[in-house]
Design a protein around this ligand. Sequence first.
Ligand code: GLA
Length: 731
Amino acid sequence: MSIRYNADSNTFILETRNTSYLMKVSRYGNLLHLYYGERIPDENLDYLIKVQDRGFSPNPNEAGNDRTFSLDYLAQEYSTDGKGDYRVPSMEVMNGDGSQIFSGKVDGFKIYKGKYTIKEMPSLHATARDRVDTLEVRLKDQESGAVAVLCYSVFEGKNIITRSTRFVNEGTCAMRLLKIMSATVDYKDSDYDMVYFSGRHTMEREFNRIPVRSGVHAIGSTRGTSSHQQNPFLILCEKGAGEDHGRCYGYSLIYSGNFIMETERDQFGQVRVNGGINPKGFNFLVSPGETFTAPEMVLAFSSHGFTGLTHLYHDIYRENLSRSPYIKKARPVLINSWEAAYFDFDEEKILNIAREAVGMGVDLFVLDDGWFGKRDDDNSGLGDWKVNRKKLKNGISGLSEEIHKLGLQFGIWIEPEMVSEDSDLYRKHPDWCLKVPGRPMSRGRNQLVLDLSRRDVCDYLVQVVNDLLSDARIEYVKWDMNRSISDVWSGLLPADRQGETSHRYILGLYYVMDEIILKHPEIIFCGCSGGGGRYDGAMLYYQPQIWCSDNTDAKARLKIQYGTSFAYPVCTLESHVSVCPNHQTGRVTPIETRGMVAMDGVLGYELDSTRLSQEEKAVCRDQIRFYKKHYKLIAEGDYYRLSSPYENPYFTAWQHVSKDKKKSLVSLVLTDKESNDAQRYVKLKGLDRNAMYKIEGQKERYSGAVLMYAGIPVPTELKEYEGVQFCLKMV
Ligand code: GLA
C-alpha cells in the first residue's frame, strides 16, 4: 500500500514513487501536517513539531494548563475555525445555534485500494495500469456534529496526490456552509514564491511570480466561470526555483466555477495554501444527514523545477482526466469559419471555403456562430438552436452532407448556456435566466445566462442539443460560453438558499455535459469561453481540447501558450493559423511562423481559404503534412519551455521530446530583431546526454550533451517574427 498508518507515532504516511506526505494525530486529536516533499524513509517526524508559550495564541480547553499547545501556529491538515487559529480557515460553517466554530478532531479513518469517487463533479480516475490507494480521515466537531472527511488518493507511479473534502452534517440542526476548501497545506517555513496565471479576454494565462509576503494573497474568480482573469492553478516554489531546478508544489483545481487559491504568510513566517470554491456569495444549507462535496484538488511536487511539475501534470491529465477517447487519438486538422466569415455567410460561401480547404489537407470543417435562429450579429438568436434557412437553405444536415461529399468531417458551434432576449426561447421562458425579480439585469455581449441550477432548464438543453446532434452528421462541437455571470439568483430556490446558485449552476452544467458529451464519445467536443475563459481540469474531463484564446496573433500566442503549458498538455490546446494583419492585434507575421505556433497545440485554420494565394495554400499543406508526421511527438512527448517570453525579449523557443528521448522537435520564433545583433544560442533540453543526434536534413552529428549545454546558434539571417523548426533524431 502506498498509504500507511503508523500507530506508534500516530502518523499517516502517503508515498508516491518520489514524494512523501505525512500527517499526525496530535495528543488532543487534531490532525497536524508534518511534511510534503521529496520521498523520505522516516515514519516519525515528531521532532519537527516545536511548541512554545506564545503570547496571544489561545490554548484549547483540552490542553488544560499547557500554554504551549495552540492552533494559532501549529501546521494543520485542515484547519479548525473559531478555536484560536486566526489564519485563513479551511472551512467556515454556521452551526444551528448561530456560532461559527468548527473544531474537527480525528474520528476514524479508512484506507482502501483504488480512487475515491465524486459523483456530481469531474475528477481523475485510475487506469488499469495505475496503482492508486485512498485514505479518508474523518474530522468531527463533537459539539455540532459537523464532519469534514478529508479524502486523499495517491497515484503512486505518477507522483500525484488528489484531495477532496466531504462535509457531512451529523448533527441535529441544519448548518450553513460558508466556505469549504478542497485542500489546505501548511508549510512550516516561509521562503516561497507563488506563481500564477492571470489575464483577460484575448490575453489569458500570463505568467506571474511574486514572493509570498506577510498577509493573505488570494487569486480567484467570482465570474461564475474559472475565468480568463485567473486560472485555478497555483505553484508555490522555493525562492531559487526555476525551469529545471528547485522545489515546486502545484495546486490544480478540477472545477469550472468560482474558485479561490489563498496563500497566507502568518506572524511566524509559516505559509498556508488553501484552494477550493470561492466563498464570496457562497452559502450552502446542509440539513442533518446531508453531504456536500468540494471539488478535487490535484497536488504535485517536483524537486526539478517547473518543468518537472509540468511533466507530472501533463502525464496525469493526458491519462487520468479526460473521458473523451479522443484524448489518445490524433485530432483532425480543422478549418473554422469564424474569422473567415463571422456572421456573414450562406451555404455557397461556406462550401467554397471548405472546398479550398480540402486542397490544403484539412480534415474537418467547423461552422462557427451565426447558423441558427435570427443571428446576423451577436445581439439576438441565442437559445434558438434551429437552423436559419435563409443562410443555409438545406439545413445543417444538408450542409453536413455536402461537406462530407468533399471528403471533410463536419463540426458546429453552440453556446447552450446562453439566451438572447431577442429569441423565441426567452420570449417563451423569460424566467429561465439568472436574474433578480424587480431588479434590472446586467447584460454581457448583450446576452443572458440560462439558470442551469434548475433541472428543468438543464433537461431542456439536453434534449435540444442531443436532437441537434442526431439530426445531422456532426463529428465536432465547439461548446462556447461568452460572458461572465452576474445577477445570480434562481427562480426555484428560496431566499435563504440563493447562495447555492453559483455552485448549483456548475453542477447543472456538469449534468448537462454528462448527458450530452459523455453520451457522444464519437464526437470531439472543444471547450471555449471567449477563447480560454474556462480552461480548467473539469472542462478537460469532458472536452479533450479547448480553444485557447480568441487572440490568434502568433506573437501574442507565444505568451498565452507558454502560460497555458505549465499545467495543461499541448494535446488539449487548440490553436489556429489566421490571416494577417491579425484581426486582434493588426500584427503581421509570416504564415510559416503562424503554423509553427499553432502546431504547438492542436493545429487548425481560421481563415477564408478562398482568399489565400497558391503559395500560401502550399505552405499550409506542408504545415499539415509536417504536423501529422510529428503528431505523436507533439501530443505525447515531454514538453520543454526553452525560453520565457517574459524574460527573453529576443526569441521564444520550445521543444517536444519523445518519452524514449530518441526524437525531438525544436521550435523557435524571433520576437525582436536588432541590427548587427549578438549571436544567440538556444540550449536544448530533455535529450540523452550520452547519445548522438542528427538534425533532420543535415549530416553533422551532435551529442545530446553539447546540444543541451552549449546549445545551437540562433540563425542570424532570421528576420523579426520569423522562426525555425527542426527535428532531431538519435543516431
Ligand atoms: C467566442 C469564441 C470565438 C467565436 C465567437 C462566436 O468569442 O471564442 O472563437 O466562436 O465566440 O461568437
